[in-house]
Design a binder for this molecule. Structure first.
Ligand code: HAM
Length: 428
């Protein structure tokens, strides 16, 4: 017998965990509405070049972690599973001419992303993100609005001690001279560089600052800082972002080595961490400004900013903090019957109540009434609806399992009675 398992780095979200995810998705959707982001969907896969061009070829995400799909035929295009949503959303923005919509276009996506990374705690090959993008606003106020929305998500989700780290990584005016300085610095230490970093030094020196290799820690700490090389426009932008964050009461720490792992960023870059977990490559979320990406993917020059928050890591952080789990929900009512064999009547009554919008479970196994009631109290159902001979006159017994009382209720009034009780209690 083969023994099948979920692929390495993936997991089944069993109902309790799926309910936790649903709660986070609910908060994300509620914030999207409050902040004016409209939810959309993009495909789970795109032409590979959307990611190669958008995210950058010399990044971990594209070079090492992209899930490339095998071509179906010799002529077919090359596709990859989405490692993130930003490139796909921007591809859609260009494809659908969203530059003609009122700007900024604020979009949100909640769903799974795929990265062929080495699985470890908090690092999965399929993971979930809430992604939000504001396309068509050069900031700086919208930068603070986005950062504040992400911060609020953690607050409402119940993740304690979340810290905002921010930086500016410059633009096309000041980044090139900085990169030359950075390259010269690392070139002086070339013999100490791990192989991948040595290769990237030529192509993409900024990536060295974001290296996951522990051998790089000391070198990165002593490297020249972009924040000291910003042009006047970038420095003014960064200062204004901070002033707006102060105005909305978001505290943050400036992190001069924060450069993010994707190539499309310019100016504002930020990440969210649990306090004390900053060094562990375990960001709860991150984002930044990507003013060049729309043009890179075939649109006209358009400023934009956004973030993606990792829902798997948020749940891990909530678990680790020992905050109360949501727990299972108990049914409002269970339909049981005096005649174990009469599943027809039980199913019919349950169907009537479900049609009225009520959540009920129904006993469909031919077990004795006593056993049926035992199960109902074990799962903390509020009511048992007992179907017996009274059904011939259109009545059922409504047993309040919490209060220990029981009375005869006309079937015609049953849904209304239960709905009233449901309103004063919380049931799933
Ligand atoms: P990112 O930093 O690559 O940014 O990912 C955002 C978040 O997704 C991370 O902070 C982390 O919480 C979560 N995440 C990433 N990889 C994994 C993994 N293998 N397992 C579990 N969680 C993971 C982006 O994806 C950008 N698209 C963000 C953005 C939007 N920038 C502008 N707009």
């Amino acid at each position: 017998m083969p023994s099948y398992r979920a692929p390495r780095g993936t997991r089944d979200l069993l109902p309790d965990v799926r309910a936790d995810f649903a709660r986070l998705e609910g908060i994300a959707r509620s914030l999207s509405v409050r902040y004016g982001y409209r939810e959309m969907e993009i495909p789970l896969f795109e032409q590979t070049s959307v990611f190669e061009r958008g995210i950058g070829e010399a990044t971990d995400v594209v070079e090492k972690e992209l899930f490339r799909l095998a071509p179906r035929t010799e002529e077919s295009e090359s596709w990859a599973l989405r490692p993130e949503a930003t490139a796909g959303i921007v591809r859609a923005y260009v494809q659908h001419g969203m530059h003609t919509w009122p700007q900024p276009v604020k979009l949100s996506v909640v769903g799974p992303m795929f990265r062929y990374d080495r699985p470890q705690a908090g690092r999965f090959r399929q993971f979930w993100q809430w992604d939000a993008e504001a396309i068509g606003d050069a900031g700086p106020a919208v930068d603070a609005e986005v950062i504040e929305m992400g911060r609020r998500f953690y607050g409402e989700a119940g993740v304690p001690d979340v810290q905002v780290l921010i930086n500016s990584i410059g633009d096309s005016a000041c980044r090139p001279p900085y990169l030359a300085t950075l390259k010269a610095y690392f070139a002086r230490h070339e013999s100490e560089l791990p192989e991948l970093e040595r290769r990237r030094l030529e192509l993409n020196p900024l990536r060295l600052l974001d290296s996951k290799d522990p051998a790089m820690t000391a070198l990165v700490a002593a490297a020249p800082k972009i924040s000291e090389c910003l042009c006047d426009a970038c420095a003014a932008h960064f200062e204004a972002v901070r002033a707006h964050l102060d105005a909305v009461g978001v505290t943050y720490r400036i992190e001069p080595n924060l450069v993010r792992g994707l190539d499309y960023y310019a100016r504002t870059a930020f990440e969210y961490y649990r306090r004390g977990a900053e060094g562990q490559q375990q960001a709860l979320g991150g984002g930044g400004r990507y003013d060049g990406l729309v043009e890179l993917l075939g649109g006209r020059p358009t400023p934009a900013i956004g973030f993606a928050l990792g829902l798997d890591r948020v749940l891990l952080a909530i678990d680790e903090s020992g905050a109360a789990a949501i727990g299972e929900t108990s049914p409002l009512a269970v339909v049981v019957g005096a005649d174990p064999a009469d599943t027809v009547s039980r199913l019919r009554v349950a169907s009537l109540l479900r049609a009225e919008g009520l959540s009920v479970r129904v006993e469909l196994a031919p077990r004795k009434l006593g056993r049926q009631l035992e199960t109902a109290s074990k799962e903390h159902a509020h009511f048992a609806i007992i179907i017996g001979d009274e059904l011939a006159e259109g009545n059922v017994q409504l047993k309040d399992l919490e209060a220990g009382t029981q009375r005869l209720v006309p079937l015609a009034d049953l849904a209304r009675e239960l709905a009233r009780a449901a309103k004063s209690h919380h049931h799933g």
